[in-house]
Design a protein around this ligand. Structure first.
Ligand code: SF4
Ligand code: SF4
Ligand code: SF4
Length: 259
């Protein structure tokens, strides 16, 4: 075969280039597909909000290497998660809540932002908000009246992030339920409760906060909380500013003689 024929070589190279481009296109579209964030992905402590996280994470894997418990994994092709980004699956290996948070400390781009897990420059792992635990009341055996506190006991913030609530069993009239209840404001999303759950499929699962929790909106105010009184003042100011703005617009409209 005459590989030295420049014309023949040109056609071979052109065909190879087209094939490569087509393959590249396929790989790229697969990459894009996987890059659309899986809404159920759980990120390491200190991770920025998902959209910002994806912009900042350079997929270096340093956080994964730094994790002493092998909690963190890097998403691979076909996993349905943005390729090369770190995540964890609590039912397999939860976050062990390292006090010095090595995964965050090593991140070169602040995709894992130290300020989100520090107070006055001191590491504070309890500030992490990797997700929030949700109890599946249909499958949690404590809701059937069977005594179980495995999730409660596994929680590093036992009694704060997860509590046991006593409730009378109306069905028997004699017994009580001891029900696990998660305090979403305190829960770090470490997933130790999910790992510890005794049911075949965990009846308490950690979900991304933006998926699991609603957003109330600033117009609802709890009158009994001081923080909310400040919000009320802010909201009143905001409304005043808006109503002044609307008034000005009406005056301008009338003055322009457009009636
Ligand atoms: S805090 Fe520790 S256990 Fe948790 S992800 Fe970071 S390095 Fe791993
Ligand atoms: S260390 Fe930071 S930039 Fe590197 S993979 Fe982890 S989160 Fe992404
Ligand atoms: S995820 Fe579970 S174990 Fe971790 S803080 Fe929340 S309730 Fe506790």
């Amino acid at each position: 075969m005459d590989n030295k024929n420049p014309r023949r070589q040109f056609f071979i190279q052109a065909a190879q280039a087209i094939a490569m481009t087509m393959m590249g296109g396929l790989v790229w579209s697969a990459f894009l597909k996987e890059s659309r964030a899986n809404p159920l992905i759980l990120r390491p402590p200190g991770a920025l909000e998902e959209k910002e996280f994806l912009k900042h994470c350079i997929k270096c894997g340093l956080c994964v290497e730094a994790c002493p418990f092998d909690t963190l994994k890097l998403a691979s092709a076909g996993s349905g998660k943005p390729i090369g980004t770190p995540y964890f699956i609590p039912r397999e290996i939860p976050c062990e809540m390292c006090p010095d948070i090595p995964c965050v400390a090593i991140c070169p781009t602040k995709a894992l932002e130290p300020k989100l897990v520090q107070s006055d420059g001191i590491w504070e792992i309890n500030k992490a908000r990797m997700g929030v635990a949700i109890v599946d009341k249909e499958h949690c055996v404590a809701y059937w009246g069977i005594q179980c506190d495995a999730c409660y006991r596994a929680c590093p913030l036992m009694g704060e992030a997860i509590k046991l609530e006593l409730k009378r069993n109306e069905r028997t009239g004699k017994h009580s339920y001891l029900l696990p209840v998660v305090e979403s404001e305190v829960c770090t999303g470490c997933g130790k409760c999910e790992k510890a759950c005794v049911t075949q499929e965990a009846a308490i699962i950690v979900m991304p906060r933006e998926v699991a929790l609603g957003a109330v909106g600033t117009n609802y105010i709890k009158g009994w909380e001081s923080q909310d009184e400040e919000r009320l003042e802010d909201a009143t100011l905001h409304q005043l500013r808006n109503s002044n703005k609307n008034l000005q617009e009406v005056q301008d409209y009338l003055n322009n003689g457009e009636l």
